[in-house]
Design a protein around this ligand. Structure first.
Ligand code: SAH
Ligand code: DHB
Ligand code: MG
Length: 222
């Protein structure tokens, strides 16, 4: 099995399932043109997030890590016209690109980007007693994953779905010798979800244009 074969299957899914369109293509192109890293979720992964948000009946989505707004647009498209998506982004340049893309997608009434370190933005949402979110997507600096989980729980209700991206990292998560901070953050995330009886979690590995990686999926049960 080679990376080229994984890519070919992702490309096949993208074509067969019509997972790209002008708005999504323009979002990726403007992100690349602006020099943003090409690390957005793959098209079939964006559709997975969209479907999970639909299955959850989400009206309010919290995203941690906006980049150019590609996953933001997939998630915002899953929401009713009176839905709300708040996306947290550290880098003002990324946020500017994302806002342009959200506007082009016709989703500016639903999706907004908050600039700043996500932990601080989350603390502000908690202090402001924000209405709980129905769906949370964690996809920022992996070393803070457990911090984001803990803050997300303060902004959740029973039934909230929490998805974390990049929990496999090319298999590094299972290498006992690995001391990378991103891997440590992913492991702390799994330790925290397993230690909390309110949380029901699994993780799935993925291969494709994003290499070998995966998602953690959690439901808050109480
Ligand atoms: N969710 C996006 C990809 C996000 S990439 C998609 O799939 O389309 C990760 C993003 O998290 C980057 O834009 C990075 O600037 C941002 N980020 C990194 N550290 C952060 C922090 N401490 N607070 C908020 N955002 C952060
Ligand atoms: C990286 C970050 C991501 O969110 C992702 O999906 C892929 C790669 C990274 O930092 O390398
Ligand atoms: Mg990611």
């Amino acid at each position: 099995m080679t990376h080229a074969q994984w890519n070919a299957v992702d490309d096949y899914f993208t074509a067969a399932l019509k997972l790209s369109d002008d708005v999504l293509d323009a979002t990726l192109k403007s992100s690349t043109d602006a020099g943003l890293p090409e690390i957005a979720v793959a098209p079939n992964q964006g559709k997975l997030l969209y479907l999970l948000a639909k299955i959850a009946g989400a009206k309010r989505v919290l995203e941690i890590g906006t980049l150019g707004g590609y996953s933001t647009i997939w998630l915002a498209r899953a929401l009713p016209s009176d839905g709300t998506l708040v996306s947290l982004e550290f880098d003002a340049r990324h946020a500017d690109v994302a806002r342009t893309n959200i506007e082009r997608a016709g989703l500016a009434k639903i999706a907004s980007v908050v600039v700043g370190p996500a932990a601080q933005s989350l603390d502000r949402l908690i202090a402001d007693k924000a209405t709980p979110f129905d769906f949370v997507f964690i996809d920022a600096d992996k070393e803070n994953n457990a911090v984001y989980l803990q803050r997300a729980l303060a902004l959740s209700r029973p039934g909230t779905v929490i998805v974390a991206d990049n929990v496999v990292r090319g298999g590094r998560v299972a290498d006992p010798g690995n001391r990378d901070t991103d891997v440590a953050g992913v492991r702390q995330y799994f330790e925290a979800t397993s230690a909390d009886p309110r949380l029901d979690t699994t993780a799935v590995q993925t291969v494709g244009v994003k290499g070998w990686d995966g998602f953690a999926i959690t439901v808050v049960s109480a």
